[in-house]
Design a binder for this molecule. Structure first.
Ligand code: AMP
Ligand code: GLY
Length: 429
């Protein structure tokens, strides 16, 4: 089989790497790919932009591609799946209408409300004046979210009313956001879990739960980023599995079965385990957001633990044959640490020579902001440069493997958080 993977980040490198392990897959093309996919088994980079639907379609026809896998959010929001399906291609990913769960936060809140899935209290406003009135009238209103896609920069979690009003000024007046609709939310307190699921239109199958670290610096300080590291499995999920299944997965499955909800691809459920002050010691799963794609760096973290065939699973999603036991996971632990440009997320690194230490059986590396020059030299090309993933029997050893690899990196312009998965050393006890 021939597969086209659209995108060029660490997520896409991990997808290509895992697809290349399938005996069914003969060849993979990655558009545009990166320095890692350029050297990945069975994989070839092709310089087509992820938003150039016409070229992607004509390339896929020319190469007789059997399956197209879409990585990033932008082409999904732009309707790449609709365009490719109309052209007769088999595509893994949601249609534009289905991906609205990610590209409109207000729409996602509507769906959550209709399906009776617990989510933060909210209101929607389409003007600064209305938004300000909501913030002033409601003491719960402490989070401001731009409705549309905003590269992770459209969420403001505020401490007080004044900070909310400042955030509204930024959204409506700074010119940084074209979108003028906001969701205003109650602020929840607690740890987050990324629960990625596969959907084939009828069945929802959870993948291995994972925990992301979004802030730039240790101890969750500094600005929000695309993700500085992640780990799986997650003890917090295991302890709250029944509640998460009953309150989130069961209603989604029911809605899919009854035709009240339609989705095909990866439904990424961002969950926050909130401690309700009135119910001491009780954690309640709240859905913070949906994404309509694989997470980054969640994908680099969980795919190394996938034992079953990724091609089979993705293909099954395209023709409604996803089995509840489709995904088989290793019992090992994975710790994924992102090595980023020194000033990321403010700026990225471009064209700097990159020399990576040797990987071992217990360490994997997935490239993100790298590329190969015409003469085959590996250079930096982005904010998040690569992910080092340590794999081991328990989380403490997985961390050690990732950090041992990174300690051999000699590049003062690249750095990383030192506390990924630190809170999760339960398995080694
Ligand atoms: P989102 O893109 O909606 O997931 O928001 C990005 C990040 O902002 C989340 O991962 C949380 O860390 C934080 N966040 C979003 N909504 C809330 C909320 N209602 N309460 C507290 N933190 C939030
Ligand atoms: N790691 C967060 C995301 O992929 O959106």
């Amino acid at each position: 089989m021939k597969v086209l993977v659209v995108g060029g980040g660490g997520r896409e490198h991990a997808i290509c790497w895992k697809l290349s392990a399938s005996t069914k897959v003969d060849q993979i093309f990655c558009t545009p790919g990166n320095g890692g996919t350029a050297n990945c088994s069975k994989t070839k980079n092709v310089a087509i932009d992820a938003m150039d639907f016409a070229q992607l379609i004509s390339f896929s026809h020319g190469e007789k591609i059997d399956l197209v896998v879409i990585g990033p959010d932008n082409p999904l929001a732009g309707g790449i799946v609709d365009a490719m399906e109309e052209a007769g291609l088999t595509v893994f990913g949601p249609t534009k209408a289905q991906a609205k769960l990610e590209w409109s936060k207000a729409y996602a809140k509507d769906v959550l409300t209709k399906l009776n899935i617990t989510t933060a209290q909210f209101a929607v406003a389409s003007s600064q004046q209305t938004a300000e009135a909501i913030v002033k009238a409601n003491s719960w209103a402490r989070v401001i979210k731009v409705d549309g896609l905003a590269l992770g920069k459209g969420v403001f979690v505020c401490d007080d009313q004044e900070a909310c009003l400042e955030a509204l000024d930024i959204v409506f007046k700074s010119g940084k956001f074209s979108d003028k609709k906001v969701v205003i939310e109650e602020k929840l307190i607690g740890e987050e879990i990324s629960l990625l699921t596969l959907c084939d239109g009828k069945t929802i199958v959870p993948l291995l739960p994972c925990q992301d670290h979004k802030r730039r610096f240790d101890d969750d300080r500094g600005p929000n980023t695309g993700g500085m590291g992640a780990y799986a499995p997650v003890q917090l999920y295991e302890r709250n599995k029944a509640a998460i299944e009953n309150k989130i997965l069961v209603p989604l499955q029911k809605a899919l079965s009854e035709g009240k909800f339609s989705f095909k691809g990866v439904l990424y459920i961002g969950i926050l385990m909130h401690q309700d002050q009135t119910k001491k010691d009780k954690l309640e799963p709240y859905v913070l957001e949906f994404n309509a794609r694989f997470g980054d760096p969640e994908t680099q973290t969980i795919l190394p633990l996938l034992q079953s065939d990724l091609y089979d699973a993705l293909y099954a999603c395209t023709n409604g044959t996803l089995a509840p036991n489709q995904m088989q996971w290793s019992k090992q632990a994975a710790c994924c640490v992102i090595a980023a440009a020194r000033d990321y997320p403010q700026s990225s690194s471009k064209g700097e020579m990159l020399q990576l230490p040797q990987t071992t059986d217990s360490t994997l590396i997935f490239h993100a902001g790298t590329k190969l020059t015409d003469d085959g030299q590996l250079v930096t090309d982005g904010g998040r440069i690569f992910a080092a993933v340590g794999i081991a029997e328990n989380m403490a050893a997985a961390r050690e493997n990732a950090y041992k690899f990174l300690s051999q990196l000699q590049n003062e312009n690249i750095n990383y958080r030192s506390d990924i998965a630190k809170r999760e050393t339960w398995q080694s006890k």
